[in-house]
Structures are given as structure tokens and as C-alpha cells.
Design a protein around this ligand. Structure first.
Ligand SMILES: *[C@@H]1O[C@H](CO)[C@@H](O)[C@H](O)[C@H]1NC(C)=O
Ligand SMILES: *[C@@H]1O[C@H](CO)[C@@H](O)[C@H](O)[C@H]1NC(C)=O
Ligand SMILES: *[C@@H]1O[C@H](CO)[C@@H](O)[C@H](O)[C@H]1NC(C)=O
Length: 479
């Protein structure tokens, strides 16, 4: 009897080992994935490893938080500027999120993180051009900037960061971005003539110091020691860059519905609610007040800067609290994609910005040689709906200093034909867009015809609303 039991146990063990080794073989099939670092869920993973046990792939909140922090490292791959040799790059439109910033909210009754926002080249993370950047910024009084922008500081300088202030990490992130884009677009593809002037650029930023400073940091390494007289920066008051076309009742409607979805998902998560109660007890305030202080924003700052979470006499906020809230955030993003309300909001929210972009591309395709490089310095609430509206559903939520780049190319063999490429954090997402998904990427031209993008923006993006234009989609009540 005893022998028989042992035999069964051995048999079970053998089976387990066989299963494990099989799983390991499967794991070997997964490429060690640099793609994931680029801010996108690797597509291949889903296909290669159908996992019968866990339906959605497990969320790793710590890994995701690190990607979000985007602490500058040397190894960055990018696919910007890749095209067959007979193609000519004719314009580039970059939409960026500002770099790492100090929190916008404080957790009441706790000590706020001590982060130094002065720029010191010996402090990490740093950049070889950081000192030169500061010098150049202090001479920038000749720049032409719209109204309120000229009164903003051109670089961060407080020894204890102010709320929402760009940090040194944030500056360095965009010095990196600008340098990378310079290597590809200026040096390799000669996007701008050597005697470029103000008319070759179009620069626009929201009215926050962190977006202005992020844009300037990127420009500084993109066009080193630029002449301030050639820099003309427009102010955009709307975070979705809707300029003169912001009136859109249906957009507001979908946003309200989306907020209701978000609320109901949150209250369903009893584990999350218990975490908030626990944290509120530690801090010594009502749970409602803690939640209203949006603690994840502050906790992310602690996490990204490797500063320990705050403590009180009742205990400490810790990494487990952080994991629960971050995990919920990631689940919320998933749910948001399934429910479509945000997608509908996004289509209406970003039409004016995409319309502007398409108009500029069309003018350049017609031969105009102005506004060759466009920079919009913006926020997560700008990039996120653009990604959603384009149908790039695999993209992660915009990390600090995220960049979304649209390239316009001219076919050297048929000069009237133009093509676009779209890159998110250096990763080619052209064929993830809803309007180019069907286009054969293995054709001789691995790009998307400009007309496809034009038709999408001018008409097709409204088809889900049974409309053909922005005004109609914004005002028709279909509910
Ligand atoms: C984070 O801080 C801890 C102690 O405060 C230190 O041991 C660790 O090396 C730091 N990590 C990084 C990446 O700076
Ligand atoms: C879109 O661009 C066209 C110019 O081609 C312009 O007439 C129209 O007003 C723009 N629409 C919106 C909503 O921005
Ligand atoms: C569009 O029209 C179809 C068919 O007429 C209808 O089922 C759908 O609900 C409409 N969608 C919207 C958003 O109005």
C-alpha cells in the first residue's frame, strides 16, 4: 500500500516535471522582448502562447510603473525615419507629453516628497547638454511667444519643486528625445534646410510651465543653440488642442458617461476600497478625503524618484497599497477600451487636432515648404485620446515624455504620391491604426497612403456616429 502511494506520488511528480519543461519550451518561443520596453504590449506574445489557465495576461503593476516613470537610460531603440531609400521625408509632426513632474496633488497631513527641481549636471539622471541648455534658456528673452507663455520660466529652478513643476528627470527625458530626433530627421534625412527660419517650424504648447519647458528642452537638442529670433511658440488653451472648434455637446456627453463607467468599476472593487480605508486610517483623514487627493499621483512620484512612501504615527503607506491602486488603474484602462465610451469621446475630442495635422500634410504634399517640423507640447489627456481615436489599442497609457510622431514621405519615383508613418515612443504603429490595418504592410511600400489618413479624419471617423462630419456628430443626439 505504502509502495503504491509512493509510486503515485512519483508519477504525479513526473507529470508535473513534464508539464513544467513543456511550459519552459513555450517560454523559449517568446522572444526576449524589446518591443515591450517601447511602451506597447507585444502582439506576438498573444499568438504564440495561448494560455488556457489565465484568460487575461497577468498585470505586473511594478513593471508597468517603471515603464511609466521612463527614467532615462542609454539603450533606446527607435524606428523613426525608416523608409526605402528612394523616399524623401517631407514633414514631421510630433505630439509629446511633458516629462517627469512633481505631483499635482498632496496627500493631506503627510510630508510631501522632497524633490529638488533645480538643474544640476552632476546629479543623476543627467545629460551632456544640460548645462548648455540652462545657459541658452537664460538668454531667451528674444523669443516670440504668445501672451502668457512669455511670463513662464523657461526651465525649472526651485530647490523644493512646486506642484506640477518639471523635474530634472523631465528635462533630461526631452533632451534625449530631441537628440534622438535630431540624429534621424536633421542629420540623416535633412528635414530642414540649413538656413531654416521661423516659418519652417510650427510650435504650440499648453500654458503650463512643464509643457513649455519640455518643448524647449526637446527643441534645444533638436536644433542646438537655435537662434531665439526664429522661435515662435503658440499658446493652446485647450488640453485637447481644439482651438476654435471646441463646441461639441456629444463629446461632453460621452465624457460624462465614461466618468460614470470609471466610478462604477471603482466601487465594485472592494479590495481597492479596503486599501483606501486602510490608507486613510494611516493618514488619519476620512476615506473620501484621501480618495479626493488622488494619492496615486503622489505615490508615483515617490516611486519614480525612489523616495520612501510617507509615514505617520499610525504607520506607513507602503508598496502593497501602491500595487493595489496601480493594478486597478491598469484594469480600468482595459475596461475603458472594452466599453467604447472613451473611444467615442476620443474621436470627437481629437478631430480638430487631427484635422489641423492633415491640413498641414496636404499643404506640404501640394509643394508648400513651410511648417516642415511641427511640435505640440501636451499632456497625457492629449495623447491618450489621440491613440484611442486612431485605433492604436495596444498602446500603453502615455508615460512621462511620451512621443507620438507622424512622418510624411514623398515617393521619389512617383513624386505626387505621399505616405505616412506613425510612431509611438519609437515603435512603428502605422498598421495598428483603424484606417491602415488592412493595408498590406509587405507591399513594396511599407507605409500608409496619405489619402487613407485624410479620408479617415475628414469623414470616416464619424461613421460610428452615423455622421459624415464633425458638426453633425457633435450635435446629433443619438441616445
Ligand atoms: C533606492 O533607495 C534605496 C535606499 O533608499 C537604495 O538602496 C537603492 O539603491 C536606491 N535605488 C535606486 C535605483 O536608486
Ligand atoms: C477642418 O479643416 C478644414 C480645412 O480643410 C476647415 O475648413 C474646418 O473648419 C476644419 N474643421 C474643424 C472642426 O476643425
Ligand atoms: C447608427 O445607425 C444604426 C442603424 O440605423 C443604428 O443601429 C445605430 O444605433 C446608430 N448609431 C448611432 C451612434 O446613432
Amino acid at each position: 500500500m505504502l509502495f503504491r502511494n509512493r509510486f503515485l506520488i512519483l508519477l504525479a511528480l513526473a507529470a508535473l516535471l513534464a508539464f513544467l519543461s513543456l511550459s519552459l519550451q513555450f517560454l523559449h518561443l517568446i522572444p526576449v522582448n524589446p518591443v515591450k520596453e517601447d511602451g506597447l504590449h507585444p502582439k506576438s506574445r498573444k499568438r504564440i502562447m495561448p494560455d488556457p489557465l489565465t484568460e487575461p495576461p497577468a498585470i505586473d503593476p511594478i513593471y508597468e510603473a517603471r515603464v511609466y516613470c521612463n527614467v532615462p537610460s542609454i539603450t533606446e531603440r527607435s524606428m523613426e525615419g525608416h523608409a526605402p531609400h528612394y523616399f524623401k521625408l517631407v514633414s514631421v509632426h510630433a505630439l509629446i507629453r511633458h516629462g517627469d513632474r512633481y505631483p499635482l496633488y498632496v496627500i493631506p497631513k503627510t510630508k510631501r516628497p522632497e524633490i529638488d527641481c533645480t538643474l544640476v549636471s552632476s546629479r543623476k539622471p543627467s545629460h551632456p547638454q544640460l548645462e548648455a541648455f540652462v545657459r541658452h534658456m537664460s538668454q531667451g528673452s528674444e523669443a516670440q511667444m504668445d501672451g502668457t507663455l512669455s511670463s513662464l520660466p523657461r526651465y525649472p529652478s526651485h530647490s523644493l519643486c512646486e506642484m506640477g513643476e518639471l523635474t530634472q528627470t523631465g528635462v533630461v527625458q526631452h533632451l534625449h528625445n530631441g537628440q534622438l530626433l535630431r540624429e534621424i530627421y536633421i542629420k540623416k534625412h535633412k528635414l530642414l534646410p540649413s538656413d531654416w527660419t521661423a516659418k519652417h517650424l510650427y510650435l504650440e504648447t499648453t500654458g503650463k510651465s512643464r509643457t513649455l519647458q519640455s518643448g524647449l528642452a526637446l527643441l534645444y537638442t533638436f536644433l542646438p543653440d537655435f537662434d531665439w529670433k526664429k522661435i515662435n511658440i503658440k499658446h493652446q488653451w485647450s488640453t485637447i488642442f481644439c482651438s476654435g472648434s471646441c463646441d461639441c455637446p456629444m463629446r461632453n456627453h460621452y465624457l460624462e458617461e465614461e466618468q460614470r463607467r470609471q466610478y462604477s468599476l471603482r466601487v465594485k472593487n472592494s479590495f481597492l476600497e479596503r486599501t483606501y480605508v486602510d490608507m486613510a486610517n494611516i493618514v488619519g483623514i476620512p476615506t473620501r478625503q484621501l480618495r479626493a487627493s488622488n494619492p496615486i499621483d503622489s505615490m508615483l512620484c515617490h516611486f519614480c524618484h525612489n523616495v520612501s512612501f510617507p509615514c505617520t504615527k499610525n504607520g506607513c503607506i507602503d508598496i502593497d497599497h501602491f500595487k493595489v491602486i496601480k493594478t486597478h488603474q491598469l484594469e480600468d484602462e482595459r475596461d475603458r477600451q472594452e466599453k467604447k465610451l472613451y473611444f467615442w469621446y476620443a474621436l470627437l475630442a481629437v478631430h480638430p487636432l487631427l484635422n489641423q495635422t492633415v491640413n498641414r500634410m496636404q499643404r506640404i504634399a501640394e509643394g508648400k515648404k513651410e511648417e516642415l517640423f511641427v511640435l505640440y507640447s501636451a499632456h497625457d489627456v492629449t495623447l491618450s485620446p489621440v491613440l484611442s481615436a486612431l485605433g492604436i489599442t495596444e498602446a500603453r497609457f502615455p508615460r512621462f515624455a511620451a512621443r507620438l510622431v507622424f512622418e510624411l514621405w514623398q515617393d521619389g519615383k512617383k513624386p505626387r504620391e505621399h505616405f505616412i508613418r506613425i510612431l509611438y515612443n519609437g515603435f512603428d504603429v502605422t498598421f495598428q491604426t483603424s484606417f491602415c490595418r488592412e493595408h498590406n504592410r509587405h507591399s513594396s511600400k511599407p507605409m500608409c497612403p496619405l489619402e487613407k489618413f485624410v479620408h479617415f479624419v475628414k469623414r470616416d471617423m464619424f461613421s460610428v456616429f452615423n455622421s459624415t462630419n464633425y458638426y453633425d456628430a457633435c450635435h446629433r443626439r443619438s441616445f
